[in-house]
Design a protein around this ligand. Structure first.
Ligand code: S3P
Length: 434
């Protein structure tokens, strides 16, 4: 088991970049595989999750190669995938299994998808339900709610589907299946989830229509090959942002970060807590907003977080909770039930582990109540196999008294393999990364 040990840090200073966006990297390989011809992907995230997607596409007969950090995908068109000889393994990645299920629902062959113990506990009914409505034959444990999933696809018909939760993975699974239908497939969400699939479909030249919470895609159009540059991952930058706020005397510049408004809730949350965050050099890359961030040490205050802000910061709630432990006053997080079905139950995980450092934090049915400003002391904590929990604990460890040992730190490789090195580069006290 890997252990990451961090210690009280005096300051964090410097300029860094963060690795490529995880959500966008997955989508880039999948859409490139369905394009007719060769696509080039720069700044792809070489982390466990995205490599799992690349491995699945290879098992489906697609040539995916990389050289000098650039990924090349030899797309074979909408009918170009071939039946895999073996089970497709999505590892820890919800995005891999759910988006790929949408693509596999459109294939005239049978495939079996599975993942690690965490992924096999996560709800799949939310994607198997609409994909079955479109005509796919899907079997899985608990009537198709749990992986492994066996998908016999083909002959799909378009649907208009109202999702029960705001989930980009559900929306994307239906839209990708829609590529294999005649006519328009429609998805309406209760709140707007990340829209990288929509933006990328447009970049690949697929007819797509967005009207508020309603998205429609026209089937039968193979994506045209593309050259893409993946922006830095705001979800990874979030850990450095909180670190920069809570470690005294800090000033960090984080360059080339994706700033898609469906993802930027953490900037709004931290700013409302009093964080000194400046966005500079705003630009656009293939429809995705990008910019640089400057973060400085800040006096934080407690806030109320709920509603659509939670959707726009869904992966950042654990690190926002860590920040709240060092804020003056009370922070209440509501409407965050979805956190219970992520890589771990993130409400229970972050509350339980932050308490070990001395934080005052109460679990609510749909969130957390945190009383900030308590003295925090380093402790032995457990990632619970969840990368975002490990990263949030490493960040708070920088501001706690003494050493914090994060057990099960190998899961950092899921989204941010180089995190300990970047922390050390900024002057953070990284005692050991074993
Ligand atoms: C993702 C969507 C979100 C997010 C996950 C990545 C994506 O999940 O939590 O880390 O790439 O589409 P949900 O769609 O389940 O909210």
């Amino acid at each position: 088991m890997a252990v990451l040990t961090v210690g009280t840090s005096k300051q964090l200073r410097g300029q860094v970049t963060v690795p490529g966006d995880k959500s966008i990297s997955h989508r880039a390989v999948m859409l490139a595989a369905l394009a007719e011809g060769s696509s080039r992907i720069e700044n792809f995230l070489f982390s466990d999750d995205c490599l799992q997607t690349a491995a699945c596409m290879r098992k489906l007969g697609i040539n995916v190669e990389w050289e000098d950090g650039v990924v090349w995908v030899e797309g074979r068109g909408l009918d170009g995938l071939s039946e895999p000889e073996d089970i497709l393994d999505a590892g820890n990645s919800g995005t891999t299994i759910r988006l790929l299920s949408g693509i596999l629902a459109g294939q005239n062959f049978t495939s079996v998808l599975t993942g690690d113990a965490s992924l096999r506990r996560r709800p799949m009914g939310r994607i198997t339900k609409p994909l079955k409505l479109m005509g796919a034959d899907i079997m899985g444990r608990q009537s198709g709610n749990l992986a492994p999933l066996a998908i016999a696809g083909g002959n799909l018909k378009p649907i208009a589907y109202q999702t029960e939760v705001a989930s980009a993975q559900v929306k994307s699974a239906v839209l990708l299946a829609g590529l294999f239908c005649d006519g328009w497939t429609e998805v309406v969400e209760p709140a707007k989830s990340r829209d990288h699939t929509e933006i990328m479909l447009q970049a690949f030249g697929v007819p797509i229509d967005v009207d508020g919470l309603k998205v429609r895609v026209k089937g039968g159009h193979a994506p045209s090959p593309c050259s893409l540059v993946v922006p830095g991952d705001l979800s990874s930058a979030a850990f450095l942002m909180v670190a920069g706020c809570i470690v005294p005397d800090s000033r960090i510049e984080i360059h080339n970060v994706g700033l898609n408004p469906t993802r930027s809730g953490i900037i709004d949350i931290l700013t409302s807590m009093g964080a000194k965050i400046t966005v500079t050099n705003r630009r656009e890359s293939m429809g995705e907003p990008v910019g640089d961030l400057i973060v400085e040490s800040s006096e934080l205050s407690g806030v109320a977080i709920g509603g659509e802000l939670v959707v726009r910061a869904i992966d950042e709630i654990p690190v926002a909770a860590a920040a709240a432990c060092l804020a003056e006053g009370v922070t209440v997080i509501r409407d965050a039930e979805e956190l219970k079905v992520k890589e771990s139950n993130r409400i229970a995980a972050i509350a339980g582990e932050l308490r070990k450092l001395g934080a005052e934090i109460e679990e609510l049915p749909d969130g957390l109540r945190i009383t900030g400003g308590k003295a925090l002391a380093g402790a032995v904590v457990d990632s619970r196999g969840d990368h975002r929990i490990a990263l949030a604990l490493a960040v708070i460890g920088l501001a706690a008294e003494g050493q914090t040992r994060i057990m099960g730190a190998e899961c950092l490789a899921v989204s941010y393999p180089g995190f300990p090195q970047t922390l050390a580069q900024l002057g953070g006290v990284v005692i050991a990364s074993e």
